[in-house]
Ligand binder design. Structure first.
Ligand SMILES: Nc1ncnc2c1ncn2[C@@H]1O[C@H](COP(=O)(O)OP(=O)(O)OP(=O)(O)O)[C@@H](O)[C@H]1O
Length: 769
């Protein structure tokens, strides 16, 4: 009791100091702001401008420079003050969440309080609160009472941890407080996890677990691979890692230099608040599909991964289905990447396909001419270099042809119908030229010549653009050529048995200006090999969440795309639901940078769901016995057999009772988009529902009807599996993914007796509804 009083007293003191500091900063901010405004207003009055001679000019320059520096310095200080204020505002209601008492060897005992930002008291010259990301704070996450150590900038600091205490402080009031012997006490975690699901992910800084801390603070490896069970905190760790990196490399790294690849746009909105909550700016977020769209969307109707998924799930009777499945798997492999590389080597010597450059429906420069030019260049040069040389040559040719074009009859005709703005531009140019002309009288011939030049120039513009963008190379035809009979066979690399049929399927699709999802990255890779890789060198950290959804090909592509970045790749092999998933899936990423630069962390403890749900879901997959449930009690999952025509009605009743029990986010998860629509239509008159489609951009509380693959990465208070009998043995991972979305309650309905996936689950782990 006395402890609590003392701690509350400290909270009060710290908060009072924070308030004082905030007030001082606010005042200061006001003053600096008006100073900045003042400097801006009087900028030119305060510099002496004189360019009379070199000495004066140098003085002017110095004076200007001083003024600019002064302004920049004041602006920086304004910005810095504002940042500090923001941190203080956040800390005032909950200044810290943890305390450790640590005796560094040979030193006195120190009390360290940890919060989401630091607070330094100038009066006592002490940190009253340490940022959770400070080196010393790491002790809190990594050790219990006893010997402990942490990495400081100057080396390892060793000592002894005497006490570890956790707080829940709201509105500057300690709501609960406990001392804990082990790393992070279960009480607090249980309290946090027992809460209702949120439409936004929460930060976990107060309860980060030791193994998660290893992910967050990893500073050494080029590639960090995390294999973690469903709900083990991969996404959470990734986001706190972003916050850590921004803190650790403050000044040298900003949020724009970090990219997180996420599974869909809804997920983006789900995680969007975590970093701002921690006082950091959000990193860039993208889906891989968005990247592909940006690169290829203009030329193709691009299939997205969800359409591919729908095909895999619902088109088994399509005659092309088996070939397509082989194709999806093969095109995901590094073997296919190697095949493309061999092909690129071959077209060094022969085989590139070019396009004619057309003008007014006639060939201006033929593909054959371009071909000849390309292959006459030194073959030791790389293809992209040769492509640039050809582009240079084409530009010169265009200039030459442009000149000879001016005298042609069509030009005169066009002159009559010139667009107004082109005419005005030409006229201005003429005016300008006249000023410098010796002739002051109007020279009709000159005017006409200039107009002709302008007309041709305008018409040639698209051709110049065509050349600049290297569109004279027919990359699509080059890709297609790889699928021509006999083309790939010459490289003697082992091809799938169904290669010939795969070729037919691929070519047909490309001919229709469409691109299968499995072809998009390989095609882009080939194109970039020929045209020059458009690398992104500003990004320093790439995070790939739900990495099991990426093919080894795509991961290798990402490595090439971000050559200077460190990669953090997080996934769960048991949730590899895409048809292209290889056996070892994203673990292939481990080979990208070699063992010396790679670290792999495995998370086996699962936090999302209650113990009964985890025990149930663990039996759905092989190796599930290694998953360690966090000990949170709850109801056993329930399985109900019900006639198809009664399905909707029973689920409506279930939703109502879940709502009555206080659950806010309830997901009715269906296998496919069409089943979702069916379920939605069957229930919409009785319940307020939201149907989630692949385009849905945000996540709101309420009852959602959602296709299985869109529920990736997110979680719900309660999950209702619409029809468990729709999942067959091949859908094991999908089924596991669906069931592991539940935090507190899980209900499965089945319209048929047959539920192959439940066959392996012990009968005592669920109740019959
Ligand atoms: N250390 C922690 N403290 C508090 N909550 C945690 C902790 N770790 C994970 N959680 C909670 O567990 C849930 C699952 O976390 P998260 O979504 O990060 O897991 P995941 O491994 O990415 O899951 P999945 O692979 O199933 O998508 C979230 O509600 C998260 O807040």
């Amino acid at each position: 009791m006395r402890d609590l009083e003392q701690e509350q007293q400290r909270v009060d003191e710290v908060v009072a100091k924070m308030k004082l500091k905030s007030a001082a900063l606010e005042q200061q901010a006001g003053a600096v702001k008006s100073e900045v405004v003042g400097i801006r207003q009087n900028f030119w009055e305060d510099v002496t401008v004189n360019f009379d001679d070199a000495v004066e000019a140098a003085e002017t320059f110095t004076s200007l420079k001083q003024q600019v520096e002064l302004l920049a310095e004041r602006e920086r200080s304004h910005h810095h003050g504002n940042e500090q204020l923001k941190i203080l505002k956040r800390l005032q209601s909950s200044p810290y969440f943890g305390r450790i008492d640590f005796i560094e060897d040979g030193e006195e005992e120190e009390r360290i309080y940890l919060g989401v930002g630091s607070f330094y008291d100038e009066e006592t010259e002490q940190f009253l609160v340490y940022d959770w990301r400070a080196p010393i704070s790491s002790l809190y996450y990594d050790y219990g009472i006893g010997p402990a150590q942490y990495e400081a900038p100057g080396g390892t600091i060793t000592g002894e941890m005497k006490r570890k205490r956790q707080f829940v402080i709201r509105n500057s009031h300690i709501e609960s407080m406990f001392d804990t012997g082990i790393t992070i006490g279960d009480e607090m975690l249980r309290e946090v996890l027992g809460k209702q699901a949120n439409t936004q992910m929460k930060s976990i800084v107060a309860t980060i677990q030791k193994e998660q801390n290893r992910i967050i603070r990893n500073d050494t490896s080029r590639l960090l691979v995390v294999q973690g069970a469903a709900g083990s905190g991969k996404t959470s760790a990734a986001l706190q890692r972003v916050a850590y990196l921004l803190y650790r490399y403050r000044g040298g790294l900003n949020a724009d230099q970090i990219v997180l690849f996420s599974p869909n746009s809804m997920f983006n909105s789900y995680v969007a608040t975590v970093l701002p909550e921690l006082g950091e700016e959000n990193m860039q977020q993208a889906t891989f599909q968005e990247y592909l769209e940006r690169q290829l969307g203009k030329h193709f109707d691009l299939e997205d991964p969800f359409t591919q998924m729908e095909y895999a799930l619902s088109s088994k009777s399509d005659p092309g289905y088996p070939v397509r499945m082989v194709s999806i798997r093969y095109k995901a492999t590094m073997r296919f990447m190697r095949l493309i590389e061999r092909y690129v080597e071959a077209v060094h010597e022969e085989g590139l396909i070019f396009r004619d450059i057309m003008f007014r429906e006639e060939v201006l420069i033929s593909a054959a001419q371009i071909h000849e030019r390309f292959y006459s260049l030194d073959a030791s040069l790389s293809i992209p270099n040769r492509m640039q040389l050809v582009a240079e040559w084409l530009k010169t040719e265009l200039r030459r042809l442009e000149r000879s074009e001016r005298k042609k009859p069509w030009v005169e005709e066009e002159m009559q119908f010139l667009d107004n703005d082109i005419y005005v531009r030409a006229y201005r140019r003429l005016q300008k030229q006249k000023e410098y002309s010796e002739h002051t009288f109007d020279d009709f011939k000159r005017e006409e010549r200039l107009l002709a030049t302008v007309v041709v120039q305008e018409k040639f513009k698209p051709l110049r653009r065509f050349v600049k963008r290297l569109q004279f190379l027919d990359a699509v035809a080059v890709y297609k050529q790889l699928f021509a009979p006999g083309a790939a066979e010459q490289f003697q690399m082992d091809l799938p048995e169904q290669w010939a049929d795969m070729c037919k399927q691929t070519v047909e699709k490309v001919d229709a200006a469409e691109l299968f999802y499995e072809d998009a990255t390989p095609y882009l890779y080939l194109k970039e090999q020929l045209e020059g890789f458009q690398r992104n060198t500003s990004v320093r950290h790439v995070f790939v969440d739900e990495a099991q959804d990426y093919s080894p090909f795509q991961l290798a592509f990402l490595k090439k795309l971000f050559p200077l970045a460190r990669m953090t790749v997080l996934g769960d092999l048991n949730q590899a639901i895409h048809a292209h998933a290889a056996d070892n899936g994203f673990m292939a990423a481990e080979e990208l940078y070699g063992p010396k630069q790679t670290e792999t962390i495995i998370l086996t403890r699962s936090y999302r769901s209650t113990r009964p749900i985890i025990e149930f879901t663990s039996q759905l997959i092989s190796g599930g016995e290694n998953i360690e449930p966090f000990n949170r009690e709850g109801e056993k999952p329930s399985v109900t057999n019900v006639l198809k025509e009664k399905l909707a009605q029973r689920i409506i009743e279930r939703v109502r009772s879940l709502q009555a029990a206080g659950h806010e986010t309830i997901a009715v998860i269906c296998k496919t988009a069409s089943e979702s629509t069916e379920a939605y239509n069957a229930m919409r008159d009785d319940l307020q529902l939201r149907l989630i489609r692949k385009e849905s951009a945000s996540f709101e509380p309420g009852v959602l009807v959602i296709p299985s693959y869109l529920a990736k990465g997110v979680e719900f208070d309660a999950v209702i599996v619409y029809d468990a009998s729709q999942y067959c043995t091949e859908d094991r991972k999908l089924f596991y993914t669906v069931c592991t979305r539940a935090m507190h309650e899980l209900y499965l309905y089945a319209s048929e007796e047959e539920k192959p996936l439940l066959a392996d689950v012990s009968r005592e782990l669920y109740v019959q509804g």
